[in-house]
Design a protein around this ligand. Structure first.
Ligand SMILES: O=P(O)(O)OC[C@H]1O[C@@H](O)[C@H](O)[C@@H](O)[C@@H]1O
Length: 325
């Protein structure tokens, strides 16, 4: 049994904080669950250089799209490229967007209006290529391998199976099942359930993979989180002592090593897997926020910044990924 989880918490200059957590909880050899939560414990005290967003009053009314009725605070709208997206809004002022294509959380705004996630300017929303930004899934493969890079889950349409209200705040559950497309790459029957819940001060997600096949399978997975940042000011604390697989310079032949630094910075290209990542990392995004990433059950972490390989945007984000590689 595994019990992986992740927690990111962003602290502004004032008392504010934001938390993200993502546990991965395998239930049996054939079933695994992975929760993730973003939490802002004190929305009123979050500081930001951007102007405060006007507060929404009360709970969003019951939304209905086609035959479907969603819980208060949950709505479906047309996003970029005409792709459907779920908008969830907390009556306490935070909000998030999730595209059904890839079950990708592309935006999470804290009550002061600041979006802590980043979508690359070269991201396409055409339902053909994965969305490059937010929190894409890597499943059932992380990185290159026998199937497409980072697996197919980020490249398929998920569906909404549930919406609910938890302690006044909205939550939705998305589902992905095998089809002929996934079977062409990975010949197994599975169900993935991904629950995203927005609380007064948090966004949480839970990923549960169930083997619905009559034969066992193994897989690896990651939440490929793009965090908005100013790269020259970014540092990640907590990885000292971890075994590293450095994919620079040769991603096909990673160099084994050990992280010796208290704070990992990003002066150039970084693409490194950290095995046995600790239960908590602290990310300074260089924009005045400290993001604490607490991890229980995701056993690994990945740091990635493409530097000049993506000259147009590398300064504006860092990927701190929770993974089981
Ligand atoms: O461009 P993609 O497929 O989203 O992948 C981006 C990066 O994702 C990271 O997780 C990998 O460690 C990198 O090797 C990879 O380049």
């Amino acid at each position: 049994m595994l019990a992986p989880s992740l927690l990111l918490r962003a602290l502004g200059k004032a008392p504010p904080s934001t938390e993200v957590s993502a546990p991965l909880l395998p239930r049996s050899q054939a079933e695994m669950a992975a929760p993730c939560a973003l939490t802002l414990p004190s929305p009123l005290s979050v500081s930001s250089s951007s102007p405060r967003r006007s507060r929404r009053s009360g709970v969003v009314a019951m939304a209905s799209v086609g035959q479907k009725v969603y819980a208060p605070g949950v709505a479906v709208s047309e996003g970029n490229g005409g792709l459907p997206k779920i908008d969830i809004k907390s009556p306490h002022g935070s909000e998030a967007e999730i595209y059904l294509f890839g079950a990708c959380v592309t935006s999470w705004k804290v009550p002061n209006g600041k979006d802590l996630l980043f979508v690359r300017p070269d991201a396409v929303f055409n339902g053909q290529k994965p969305i490059s930004g937010g929190i894409p899934h890597c499943f059932p493969q992380f990185g290159p391998g026998p199937m497409q890079q980072h697996g197919f889950a980020r490249n398929m349409n998920w569906s909404i199976t549930d919406s609910e209200v938890i302690e006044g705040d909205p939550a939705v559950t998305l589902e992905l099942k095998d089809d002929s497309y996934s079977r062409s790459m990975w010949d197994f029957s599975f169900q993935a359930l991904y629950k995203v819940a927005l609380h007064s001060t948090s966004l949480s997600t839970t990923l549960k993979i169930t083997n619905t096949d009559d034969k066992p399978f193994s897989f690896n997975s990651a939440l490929h989180s793009y965090i908005r940042a100013s790269i020259s000011g970014v540092s990640v604390k907590g990885l000292k002592g971890c075994k590293t697989l450095n994919k620079d310079p040769d991603p096909t032949n990673p160099l084994e090593g050990k992280e010796e630094r208290e704070e990992v910075t990003f002066p150039g290209f970084v693409d490194c897997v950290y095995l046995g990542a600790p239960s908590e990392l602290t990310l300074d995004n260089g924009l005045g926020d400290k993001i604490v990433i607490s991890n229980a059950n995701w056993s690994d972490a990945v740091l990635w910044n493409p530097h000049l390989q993506m000259e147009a945007c590398y300064k504006d984000f860092v990927c701190v990924e929770n993974a089981k590689v």
